[in-house]
Design a protein around this ligand. Structure first.
Ligand code: ATP
Length: 368
């Protein structure tokens, strides 16, 4: 069975003055129709570059060097710009981190949504406007007739993100690519926007590729996820398995950075060390310099993505895969971590001390 989206061996490089950055290196994954697929990893893992590649948005000095991005069986990397633009508007919707910047400041939000509907679905202006108002209503914008005429600067960050979600949905796409859609928002607003996205994905039967550096966000929203490190996938799993039984030490490290209920640490723990420079990656396993379980072999051998049960090379269709020598050669000390999950899955920081109110004070704003 062909999945809705199949990315195979995608490799993207940036030719910079400092050197050649291999931002995405032989990445393969699939997104099934209707599912919410998470892509998680720290800053610099290659998540955004992978997402932008789907949309044909890699610009100079970047180049897609290799691979295929099959959407409904058609390789988007081999079609011309015009055809790609039509797929991007009609069948793939996009939600970016900075909603306000994604909206055009000189048009009202309603006009922008209606324009998309007219252009991509061939609606008459009055019908497009009516549909835009219904969508604004559906994404939780109060008084949608009045808000239709609001300019982006008149709306809060949360409302702008709701408007871009309405725009992404306006053509009834099969896939929405959402790149860190809530990082710019307050945590309380973030939770509501994520809930909305999940609800709409279900209602509109649209698949979502959700990119986030926050495993808590991914765990609370997605069906399946892929963990990226230094341009590669290091683990892929259904979300419950990833969350309760991570197979890669990097995933386990990301887990410890998820805040839990009753957690009174001032600062969140993160995985010690930093993402390597993608001009010259570490030998062997790219994660080995930061891995508490690394052994000599890890600096020599680049681990393949395998089925952790059998150690056999992961196939494109496998739900569960991890890239650690433990699952092929076996590490003499093993992977000695345990994951304690005492809070609700994907529970976000919040509660009485949660930062509040950057978006407060706008009348009728669900995110205030
Ligand atoms: N336009 C560019 N020119 C040069 N290098 C780039 C460019 N865009 C991305 N890169 C490099 O590609 C690598 C992957 O970046 P990418 O933005 O995909 O990471 P990410 O996982 O999405 O992190 P973030 O959350 O910070 O965006 C990084 O090393 C980055 O420096």
């Amino acid at each position: 069975m062909t999945a809705l989206l199949e990315v195979e061996d995608l490799t993207v490089r940036f030719y910079t003055e400092e050197g050649v950055v291999t931002a995405v290196d032989g990445l393969s994954y699939r997104v099934e129709a209707g599912e919410t697929f998470g892509v998680v990893g720290e800053s610099g893992a290659g998540k955004s570059v992978a997402a932008l590649s789907l949309l044909g948005l890699i610009d100079d000095p970047g180049r897609v060097e290799r691979g295929e991005v099959r959407f409904k069986g058609e390789d988007l990397l081999s079609i011309d710009e015009f055809a790609l633009r039509s797929v991007r508007g009609d069948e793939i919707g996009v939600v970016f981190q900075d909603a306000r910047a994604a909206l055009n400041p000189v048009y009202t939000v309603g006009e922008q949504i209606a324009e998309t509907i007219e252009h991509h679905l061939g609606y008459e202006p009055a019908a497009a406007k009516a549909r835009a108002i219904r969508l604004l209503d559906r994404v939780g914008i109060a008084d949608p007739e009045a808000r239709y005429a609001a300019y982006p600067h008149e709306l809060s960050g949360g409302m702008c993100q709701r408007a871009t979600i309405a725009m992404a949905l306006s053509c009834e796409p099969d896939l929405i690519v959402a790149d860190e859609p809530t990082t710019a928002l307050d945590v309380t607003v973030e939770a509501r926007i994520l809930e909305l996205l999940a609800e709409l994905a279900d209602e509109f039967d649209v698949a979502v590729q959700l990119v986030s550096h926050d495993l808590g966000v991914i765990a609370g929203t997605c069906d399946r996820a892929m963990v990226m490190y230094a341009g590669r996938a290091v683990e892929t799993a259904p979300i419950e398995e990833l969350y309760y039984d991570p197979k890669h030490p990097y995933t386990a490290g990301l887990m410890s950075a998820i805040p839990r209920i009753g957690d009174d640490r001032d600062r969140l723990e993160t995985v010690p060390g930093t993402m390597p420079d993608l001009i010259e990656v570490p030998s062997g396993c790219r994660f080995h310099p930061r891995c508490p379980f690394a052994e000599e072999a890890c600096a020599r051998t680049d681990p393949a993505l395998v089925d952790p049960e059998t150690g056999e090379a992961a196939t494109f269709d496998d739900d569960r895969a991890a890239a650690c020598l433990e699952y092929t050669e076996g590490l003499s000390g093993g992977l000695d971590y345990s994951v304690e999950v005492d809070g609700e899955r994907g529970r976000k920081r919040g509660g009485p001390d949660a930062e509040a109110g950057r978006d407060a004070g706008r009348e009728g704003d669900p995110d205030a």
